[in-house]
Design a protein around this ligand. Structure first.
Ligand code: 5GP
Length: 192
């Protein structure tokens, strides 16, 4: 998606450790008009799929998923990072290793909000090594629901997540795929 690529080029900064900082428009301050265009694009790309719910993970995925959901007219459920363990069996839980925070979180979704008849579109801001997506897919599988696809704002194509998730037969639509980035020069190239 040209609009997103141009914005990353203009306002994104490359940090050491393969981190792309986009906090002026994507995951701290949020450009809602841009999110709206992203939502429109995913709705177009997934027009052939029946989607009954959007699933994301807190915190950065929520804003993007909510604006996108206005083009799908379905509820958004977000997986919560949890401190407490699942003792009463009321939640689906999984573990996600955070790429940016280098720690493992337990994340949960209430069993009330995911059902076997649900067709899920997963949305997230970044795809790096695929840990967040693997966790969300695990939760959907535990609920017996089906994953119709994944919408990602920025995929870092030089990390393993994209291949990992696509090799499971899951359709991943990333609106910008970074082919390479250099923290010394700040140069970012995109996959065409
Ligand atoms: P993964 O689980 O695929 O390794 O990483 C995805 C998660 O890590 C995303 O939900 C995102 O919050 C965070 N993340 C991964 N890479 C980056 C990055 O380059 N920049 C930012 N801002 N977040 C990232």
């Amino acid at each position: 998606m040209k609009l997103l690529e141009e914005r990353i080029r203009k306002d994104g900064t490359v940090k050491a450790g393969n981190v792309l900082k986009v906090d002026s428009f994507l995951n701290h301050q949020m450009d809602i008009d841009l999110f709206n265009e992203m939502g429109k694009e995913w709705a177009h790309l997934f027009a052939d799929r029946k989607i009954t719910k959007i699933l994301t993970v807190e915190a950065s995925g929520i804003g993007i998923a909510c604006v996108a959901a206005q083009h799908f007219h379905v509820p958004v459920v977000f997986a919560k990072k949890s401190q407490s363990v699942n003792i009463d069996g009321e939640v689906y839980s999984t573990k996600i290793e955070s790429f940016t925070h280098k720690r493992v979180y337990d994340v949960i979704v209430s069993k009330k909000f995911l059902h076997p008849e649900d067709h899920i579109l997963i949305i997230d801001d970044f795809l790096a090594n695929g840990c967040a997506l693997e966790g969300l897919i695990d939760i959907v599988n535990k609920a017996g629901a089906s994953v119709e696809g994944v919408g990602i704002a920025v995929e870092k194509g030089f990390q393993k997540g994209g291949d990992l998730i696509r090799s499971k037969g899951i359709r991943v639509e990333s609106l910008a795929i970074v082919e390479s980035m250099d923290d010394k020069t700040g140069e970012i190239t995109f996959r065409s």
